[in-house]
Design a protein around this ligand. Structure first.
Ligand SMILES: Nc1ncnc2c1ncn2[C@@H]1O[C@H](COP(=O)(O)OP(=O)(O)OP(=O)(O)O)[C@@H](O)[C@H]1O
Ligand SMILES: [Mg+2]
Length: 322
């Protein structure tokens, strides 16, 4: 019987505290994260600014040294086997790190040569990727004269030159317009369909929801929840969240809604009311009605259907902001 294949990524209690520097105290950026990503999976690390996503991806790609716990990529230890891991992974960082002295194609070929391909093989592989990513017109282009989306595609091609076992992408669509973003989603879906294991970080709920087989929600260096998007919704937020802002403190009547079937929770903070409901129909109208009966008007109202956003709200009690 052959051993089961090593998971693509596995971490146990992974931690990183950046040391104090001058007046700045030490920063516990990652405080014990357990991840398990099987091969072939499209996995997302989702969290707001400063959650610890880049630090985590930095440790997995051997650029940041952990201060606690362990991390293995393709079965190799990120500290002891850093050199070998670098040969087996592809990394796409958030900013443009292409070489501006080289054309797009040369950037790819150069990377291929670095990984030991012959000049001929490097060229062939670069040509394949350029075609696959729809970059033919830009093959001789300067990477810094391209649009953000084009440059990002070149960076992904470069990361794929040596056929990495795991592709890491740190915020691949940050700063791109919506159309370019969805184009890039198509590209990434295609890669996964071809068997590529992908781990990405993102701020965007809808990106994680659109792409990822499984998602880990991180905040303040901790894992709040992990699972398929459906699992997360089922465990942490099968609710629709209705938020209403009154122009005065919320009427007491509102609290009674919490006892009703189909309503899981009611939160009142001054004039702001948030209702978590499995049966949301009619609640918004009712909130308006209760207000006007008490002489209180509604200045703002939103209704969020169950989504990663409501999961985040349920897990943290805070609105998800980019
Ligand atoms: N090199 C560093 N030295 C000290 N502190 C750092 C360093 N890099 C990151 N941090 C801090 O660690 C915390 C986590 O940062 P990190 O970049 O991992 O978050 P992130 O989830 O990637 O955020 P963003 O969405 O803004 O990219 C933040 O408080 C950040 O200020
Ligand atoms: Mg980051």
């Amino acid at each position: 019987m052959s051993a089961p294949p090593e998971p693509a990524v596995q971490t146990v209690e992974l931690k990183k505290t950046y040391p104090a520097a001058g007046p700045r105290p030490a920063v516990p950026a990652v405080r014990g994260i357990d991840l398990d990503v099987p091969r072939g999976e499209f996995f997302g690390l989702l969290g707001p600014n400063g959650a610890g996503k880049s630090t985590t991806i930095g440790m997995l790609t051997t650029l940041v040294v952990p201060t606690g716990g362990t991390a293995r990529v393709s079965g190799l230890d990120v500290v002891k086997d850093a050199v070998e891991i670098k040969r087996r992974i592809g990394v796409v960082s958030q900013n443009n790190t292409l070489d501006s002295d080289l054309t797009a194609a040369e950037n790819l070929e150069f990377r291929g040569r670095f990984f030991g391909l012959s000049a001929r093989d490097a060229r062939r592989r670069a040509d394949e990727l350029i075609e696959l990513f729809g970059l033919t017109e830009h093959r001789k282009g300067n990477p810094f004269e391209m649009s953000g989306g084009q440059a990002k595609r070149v960076m992904i091609c470069r990361a794929l030159m040596h056929g990495p076992e795991v592709l890491f992408l740190d915020e691949p669509t940050a700063g791109l317009d919506p159309q370019t973003r969805t184009n890039l989603w198509e590209v990434l879906r295609g890669l996964q369909a071809g068997g590529q294991t992908i781990l990405l970080t993102t701020h965007y709920m809808e990106e994680a929801e659109a792409l990822c087989d499984r998602v880990a929600v991180v905040d303040h260096g901790r894992l709040l929840a992990a699972g398929t998007v459906d699992e997360l919704k089922a465990t942490a937020g099968a609710d629709t969240v209705i938020t209403v802002a009154y122009d005065a403190p919320a009427p007491d009547e509102i609290h009674k809604l919490g006892d009703r079937d189909g309503i899981s929770k009611v939160e009142v903070t001054g004039g702001q009311v948030r209702v978590f409901a499995t049966e949301p129909d009619g609640i918004l109208g009712e909130l308006v009605g209760i207000g006007s009966a008490a002489g209180v008007g509604v200045t703002d109202a939103t209704q969020l259907r169950p989504s990663l956003e409501t999961v985040f709200l349920t897990l943290t009690g805070r609105e998800y902001r980019e």
